[in-house]
Design a protein around this ligand. Sequence first.
Ligand code: PSU
Ligand code: MN
Length: 303
Amino acid sequence: MNEYLDIDPEVRQALEAGKPVVALETTIISHGFAYPENLDCAGTCERVIREEGAVPATIGIAGGKIKIGLSGGEIAYFAEHRDIPKCSRRDIAAICARKEYGACTVAATMACAAMAGIRFFATGGIGGVHRGAQQSFDISADLEELARTDVAVICAGAKSILDIPLTLEYLETAGVAVLGFGTGEFPAFYTRRSGCGVDYRVESAEEAARIVKTKTALGIPGGILIAVPIPQKDELNPVFINDNIERALNEADRQEIRGKALTPFLLAELHKTTGGKSVAANKALVFNNSRTAAQIAGAYRKL
Ligand code: PSU
Ligand code: MN
């Protein structure tokens, strides 16, 4: 398609044959988890997607090329190099022009997946409206990307480091449907419930795929959010995690952490203060989302 887009041959063949392909992001590798958990997590996501008969395409920018389907060696590079900058939509052109590396956020991964014709993308949690956004204006570019780019994002909801009710309000304004996978409540990442409702509850991969397909048939642009609660056995105690989140937010405030550094800072704080419990939950939900995304992509193909 262009000199900056480098699609892995296996991914290209799968796309040409109409086989299910699931995109994965690299910010979660470079900034979401510590090494070596990040490497383990990235590998397992790909394996889980393959087990469901889909082809994984981990997306990142390497030496100025948008790689759709990083190799194992390239994924290891993203896992080991913690200084690769977080790349959102606004950064894609500059990083490509300078032939640099970029770890793609949900927003950038959606944009790049769409360039390659990939329709499904599994991640942990999306960015959203930060608490206190009335003052800080900190609203993730992930939400605007969902408004404009035709990719279905399979996630475990949004963390309560964010303002979940305002995030859902923003999505409504942006015209993004929020589906609850086996739930009528939007999940809060580490926990299954947030107290906020979803727009539509779906019970199966087929039902979710049918809504995506219908949206395509209608020619309605923009993304769709499919929220899958963390498995019951992996869920954290809500009081425990919310206490830790409050502490992390206070610490961020005290250290005046802002902008793109905020989300990675909060994640790292939680990993520290929960004694690894947040990491275990984070991994479990990403694997679950990867599996569900592959199933939805598979069901989409059969429709
Ligand atoms: N939530 C997580 N792990 C992550 C992120 C969010 O649990 O790694 C990353 C995603 O890449 C998401 C980005 O797109 O953080 C949002 O950052 P910001 O809030 O700066 O838009
Ligand atoms: Mn932000």
